[in-house]
Design a binder for this molecule. Structure first.
Ligand code: GCB
Length: 620
């Protein structure tokens, strides 16, 4: 009996050695999202693995790098005992399940604070569809590191918790049942992006959709389309065809504007296009017009709704379609207050957050502090909400570490490539509240040039800080060399909360020496919904309401104020917020509570923005 086991595992190991190929790096192929796919949502079996027994052997060697991984402990082999004597020390079939998409923290009490390694296993049936020559496994996001295995073979690894990635699975898929195993690890580390310290919950897991996507042999892998100028109505862009050679035809059509263009690919499969669409209606918050854009190549065809607008600055103004606009914003974390809370894991939950922003009379949302799910930026296109989209370069990143820089750049590139066609997104944000030191400015200046290289059509910003002028505590100064490389001078400020009491607002004056639009990317204070008292009593709804009322006139003194986004729409979980009876693990700066109830300051901001809307209308 023992002998036969040995024989089985030896043969198995030999087979692995023979077929072992190096695991691929994760790819970001933006247009996989627009191809036919089978969602692998549902209950996946899971194994919590705090000591990483399934990943490392007793010498702490990665099992997936061994030529002969032990069947007994290597979880991704998804093995079953061949007979009663075989030692297999795990069993996905007998392990509990977790919902995908979804963070693990809010699904099981024992996972609430968990930061570590967890294995998922999904069994799915595959049958190739006619015309589908290639298959990809696409992950909307996995926080933070994902190692992906299909039918006992590693497909690859991905770092970063908020951007999509995919692996080609064509060779590894088999007809009938397949075993997909993913190890997700959300341990924090100093060199990661974000780093060890954040004021938000480190939700782990397969937080966004996982899909099996089918494409023809050659397929549309990326495209970019934008309005060059509101005056000429010229639309231009490019299409990339994976696998195409020189001279292949690609058709681009914007429905309803009489434009259909056929262009030819170059040797690397890329085709540029440009045409005038004189009757084009522009996209704006007041009229979020979207056109059906279709692209065809051979048997492949994709469609998506796209809006056309321009965005630029002129001195201290932000111009949308050539006209000045004031950004009536609110900050949002990608977290849902009701139904157990946790990461947004359905389009409906994301839509509710954006609907609340609309109810506040916002025309702008700052999606903090990392790229939110793609359903939300598409909904923002439909709802007419302008968007600030950010990478998690937050507080104290490891500025001197080249791997950290590369990681940040990858996340930035993936964010930009994912959402480059969203009319709603007008600002790419590079960072939040980072220290004014040389290493950081070097890091962010390099990141800014990467962002411009990838997308020269949007504005760049970063949430910076204000400081008190030396010797003049009531003069707030924004002086940061990073401002030179950004289009908008944005900063967070907490006068009245971390800096004095709300009555300090009346005394503050500003020195912001840049001829650029100024945006206040955060202000606010905590209130426990339902806690009432005098406006001087911290944590009450009245204190928060008063803070908002005192803040508006203070900010209006800023020359070139082009908008604001108070912190924050909804209370959100933070392990740093521990005051019993008040915070209880939540940052309470929300205008809406963690139970979905509007606080007094919600109506204060709503009213302020209503007045701003009417006065803006009067200006035109
Ligand atoms: C900030 C941070 C934000 C925090 C907030 C606060 O400046 O950007 O992530 O949650 O302050 O509540 O202190």
């Amino acid at each position: 009996m023992v002998k036969s086991n040995l024989l089985i595992s030896t043969l198995f190991s030999l087979a692995l050695i023979r077929f072992a190929a190096p695991a691929a790096t994760a790819e970001n192929i933006p247009d996989l999202f627009l191809h036919p796919s089978q969602l692998l949502s549902g209950e996946w079996q899971s194994i919590i693995d705090p000591y990483e027994s399934g990943f490392y052997d007793y010498r702490w060697q990665q099992r997936d790098q061994s030529g002969s991984p032990s069947r007994s402990e290597t979880f991704y082999l998804d093995a079953k005992a061949a007979d009663a004597s075989e030692r297999i020390e795990y069993d996905f079939n007998k392990s509990p399940s977790l919902k995908v998409p979804g963070d693990w923290n809010t699904q099981k009490p024992e996972l609430f604070y968990y930061e570590g390694s967890l294995w998922y296993r999904c069994k799915f049936d595959f049958a190739a569809k006619p015309g589908a020559a290639r298959q990809f496994l696409r992950f909307g996001a996995a926080n933070y590191r994902a190692d992906v295995y299909l039918n006992g073979r590693k497909l690859g690894m991905h770092l970063g918790g908020f951007t999509p990635f995919s692996f080609e699975a064509t060779q590894q898929l088999k007809p009938g049942p397949n075993s997909l195993v993913v190890r997700v690890d959300n341990k924090r580390s100093k060199e990661a992006v974000p780093t060890l310290n954040t004021d938000w919950w480190n939700y782990g897991g397969l937080t966004r959709d996982v899909a099996l996507v089918s494409t023809p042999e050659k397929f549309i892998s990326d495209h970019r389309i934008r309005l060059e100028s509101e005056a000429t109505r010229v639309i231009s862009g490019f299409v990339e065809i994976a696998g195409a050679k020189d001279g292949e035809s690609v058709e681009i059509e914007v429905a309803g504007v009489g434009s259909k263009q056929v262009v030819k690919t170059n040797a690397s499969g890329k085709a540029d296009f440009s045409f005038a669409a004189p009757t084009l209606e522009l996209w704006s918050p007041d009229s979020p017009k979207l056109y059906d854009v279709s692209i065809r190549h051979g048997g492949d065809e994709i469609h998506e709704p796209i809006g056309f607008r321009t965005i630029r600055t002129r001195g201290r103004e932000i111009l949308l379609n050539g006209k000045p606009i004031f950004l009536r914003g609110i900050c949002i974390h990608e977290e849902f207050p009701l139904a157990g809370g946790g990461r947004v894991n359905s389009p409906e939950k994301g839509k509710q957050l954006l609907d609340w922003a609309k109810e506040l009379n916002c025309n702008f949302v700052r999606l903090a502090h990392y790229p939110h799910n793609e359903a939300m930026t598409r909904q923002a296109d439909q709802l007419g909400l302008l968007v600030w989209s950010e990478v998690p370069v937050y507080w104290a990143i490891d500025w001197e570490n080249p791997a950290t820089y590369q990681n940040a750049e990858n996340q930035l590139s993936d964010m930009i490539r994912r959402d480059a066609n969203r009319a709603s997104i007008i600002i790419w944000s590079l960072a939040n509240e980072t220290p004014v030191i040389e290493a950081r400015t070097r890091f962010l200046t390099k990141l800014a040039s990467k962002a411009r290289e990838l997308d020269g059509s949007r504005l760049l910003s970063a949430a910076m800080e204000k400081h008190a002028k030396k010797g003049s505590p009531n003069v707030s100064v924004v002086q940061d060399p990073l401002s030179e490389v950004l289009d908008i001078v944005s900063f967070n400020q907490y006068t009245g909360w971390y800096d004095g009491l709300p009555d300090k607002c009346a005394k503050v004056n500003w020195e912001i020496p840049y001829d650029k639009p100024v945006f206040v990317s955060e202000f606010g204070g905590d209130a426990r919904q339902g806690l009432h008292g005098d406006k001087k009593d911290r944590w009450t709804e009245e204190f928060q309401e008063d803070l908002y009322q005192q803040t508006f006139p203070m900010l209006e003194k800023i020359q070139g104020l082009a908008g604001l986004s108070p912190w924050i729409l909804v209370d959100f979980r933070s392990p740093k917020r521990l005051l019993p009876g008040v915070q209880d693990g939540f940052n309470r700066k929300g205008l809406i509570s963690s139970d979905g109830v509007r606080k007094k300051a919600f109506f204060t901001l709503q009213d302020y923005y209503r007045r701003r809307t009417t006065s803006a209308a009067a200006e035109h």
